[in-house]
Design a protein around this ligand. Structure first.
Ligand code: ATP
Length: 263
């Protein structure tokens, strides 16, 4: 369907080990403009490792990665100007105010400070947090921090956006806003690649879901496609089925019996 477009991310046989532990066992993926990829999998499956490699933060992998058609190379950092990243937490910047932080990020991307300051103030206003723009980020609530990180990842109008738990800490109204924002960005041809453990979020936001387990891709398709292969289950049920997790009942029983032990 999307084959007429060129892949923005092309991964071939990606392998990564930490010591003797094989964390990625030969992943191949082609990702196209306009896709909203929900990258899911159990804890330790290798999701963050994949993202860190694409961000150029981890070396020592085997396989080929092309981003925007160019080989991912140690010395080539040009592509980073066209990507945005929202980490799950970014406490290192806590002592800055949002204005200082966003100006700093704009500067890293070589953007005009006046333009960045204007954009930052407007985006903070849209998110309803303009009154704290000059307060230290350390004083923000979790959701305010998340909004600031989302703004910082978009200031330079990137073509690929990587997010870790994009809706974490956001209230119900902000969830709707960010979901719509991601959909609108994808419509403009941007690519969104995010990981999350919240299955109903993944189900609703993604137009493609990639399920990783033990460093291998177990499923790859739209929610509808995955559902058809799994007898119309919810994504949470599909996740549990594909990752072989069906012991919750017995684990809960054991848990309860331990906490209710008298001696
Ligand atoms: N720097 C490192 N050194 C050694 N082992 C590592 C390192 N980083 C990750 N690992 C291991 O690699 C495996 C995959 O980790 P990764 O963080 O990619 O998983 P994940 O799918 O993102 O998990 P989660 O859902 O818990 O965030 C884990 O077993 C982890 O312990």
């Amino acid at each position: 369907m999307e084959n007429k477009k060129e892949a923005v991310i092309k991964i071939e046989n990606l392998q990564m080990s930490f010591g003797t532990k094989e964390v990625l066992k030969g992943i191949s993926l082609e990702i196209y403009p306009g896709q909203i990829i929900g990258y899911i999998g159990p804890n330790g499956a290798g999701k963050s490792t994949t993202i860190k490699i694409m961000l150029g933060l981890l070396e020592g992998y085997k396989g080929d990665i092309k981003i925007f058609g160019n080989e991912l190379l140690k010395d080539n950092i040009e592509y980073k100007k066209r990507i945005g990243y929202v980490p799950e937490s970014a406490e290192i910047y806590d002592t800055l105010t949002a204005r200082e932080y966003l100006m700093f990020i704009g500067d890293l991307y070589g953007k005009d400070p006046k333009q960045i300051e204007k954009k930052a103030a407007k985006l903070m206003k849209i998110f309803g947090i303009e009154e704290v723009i000059d307060a230290r980020i350390s004083s923000y609530s979790k959701g305010m921090k998340q909004k600031t990180m989302i703004i910082s990842s978009l200031l330079h109008n990137p073509d690929i956006l990587f997010l870790d738990e994009p809706l974490s800490g956001l209230d119900a109204n902000s969830v709707i806003l960010v979901k719509e924002l991601l959909a609108a960005l994808a419509k403009q041809g941007k690519t969104i690649f995010y990981s999350s453990h919240i299955m109903d979020v993944v189900e609703k936001i993604s137009n493609r879901i990639i399920l990783l387990r033990d460093g291998e891709i177990l499923a790859d398709g739209s929610f509808e496609e995955l559902r058809r292969q799994s007898q119309d289950k919810s994504l949470e049920q599909i996740f549990n089925q594909l990752t072989g997790f069906n012991e919750h009942q017995s684990i809960v029983e054991e848990f309860i019996s331990i906490i209710t032990e008298e001696h």
